[in-house]
Design a protein around this ligand. Structure first.
Ligand code: R5P
Length: 300
């Protein structure tokens, strides 16, 4: 087996390779002065099972183009099978037509990946379980919930001291699963509304009882607005310590500041998306999904 990495999240790819006991194979990404890229596979892959790691976080279009070229290069070099590990899967928000006339971007991406000869996809915490249906190839959908549960247990937080909180209705399934792993830890749900035109979020009510320690669980943090709002609501409803566990630190420009200044004490995220130094802040802690991904590659 050979494992390659695009440029979006090489630290994670290196950790996955280390867990597999192999070194990353070489490829070259050359950038022309006008921004176009040329990708060249430098290791031999003829008749090899190949894994490519590339997160398609921002700049999403560039990272996807790079992945497309890597897949094409591998196919033309005779790879026997190709598995793409896309720890953060960009363009998954638009998994159906919310309003008439909208493009269904996840289906467009699936079509392109399949047309390039991709055999299998491994992704982490897709926004919706329906996203798998956009593909005709096998999709392994991993979840960082087990990584979160491990940290929560290590901290000694349990069903008597903490409440899990979903910051929106879409996350109910997620906290129910985590609650089961954590000995039926109680949970509550904030009903959030998002304006489809502006992206602004507002909250209406909480279902469930909030204890003194609240653990917000989400799939991604982008602007930080959802978490900041949830923090305020939880504080007003009696929470004294608020923690966040979110899989993908997508972090748009103002997110680090918003999160640092929010009511939450600590923000745990994973390394599905590489967080550059300038976006790191004191309340942030990064957990790794590398072992989980390596195990999935080994077992497939
Ligand atoms: C929404 O449905 C997602 O689960 C996240 O809550 C959302 O994408 C977070 O976005 P933001 O940080 O921009 O509020």
């Amino acid at each position: 087996m050979k494992i390659f990495s695009g440029t979006s999240n090489k630290p994670l790819a290196q950790k996955i390779a280390k867990n597999l006991g192999i070194a990353l194979s070489d490829l070259e990404v050359f950038v022309f002065p006008d921004g176009e890229k040329r990708v060249r596979i430098l290791d031999k892959v003829l008749d090899e099972d190949v894994v490519v790691v590339q997160s398609t976080s921002g700049p999403t279009d560039e990272n996807y183009m790079q992945l497309f070229f890597i897949l094409d290069g591998l196919k033309r070099s005779g790879a026997k099978s190709i598995t793409a590990v896309i720890p953060y899967f960009g363009y998954q928000r638009q998994d159906h037509m919310f309003r008439f006339g909208e493009a269904v971007s996840v289906k467009v991406i699936a079509k392109i990946l399949e047309s390039l000869g991709l055999n299998k996809l491994i992704a982490v915490d897709l926004h919706s379980i329906k996203i798998k249906e956009a593909f005709n190839i096998p999709v392994t959908h991993l979840s960082a919930l087990s990584v979160f549960a491990k940290t929560i247990k290590e901290k000694g937080w349990n069903e008597n001291s903490a409440t899990l909180v979903s910051p929106d209705m879409g996350g109910v399934r997620r906290i129910k699963i985590l609650s089961e792993i954590l000995n039926n830890m109680p949970y509550a749900v904030i009903e959030k509304n998002r304006d489809l035109a502006t992206g602004n979020v507002s909250a209406e009510k909480i279902t469930g009882k909030i204890g003194k320690k609240a653990i917000i669980v989400d799939d991604m943090i982008s602007s930080g607005g959802t978490i900041a709002l949830a923090g305020e609501i939880l504080k007003k409803n009696g929470a004294e310590e608020i923690y966040v566990f979110a899989t993908h630190p997508v972090f748009s420009d103002k997110a680090p500041k918003i999160l640092q200044e929010s009511e939450v004490a600590k923000v745990y995220v994973t390394d599905t998306v590489f967080v550059p130094e300038e976006k790191r802040f004191p309340k942030l802690e990064i957990l790794s999904v590398s072992e989980m991904i390596a195990e999935s590659i080994k077992s497939s």
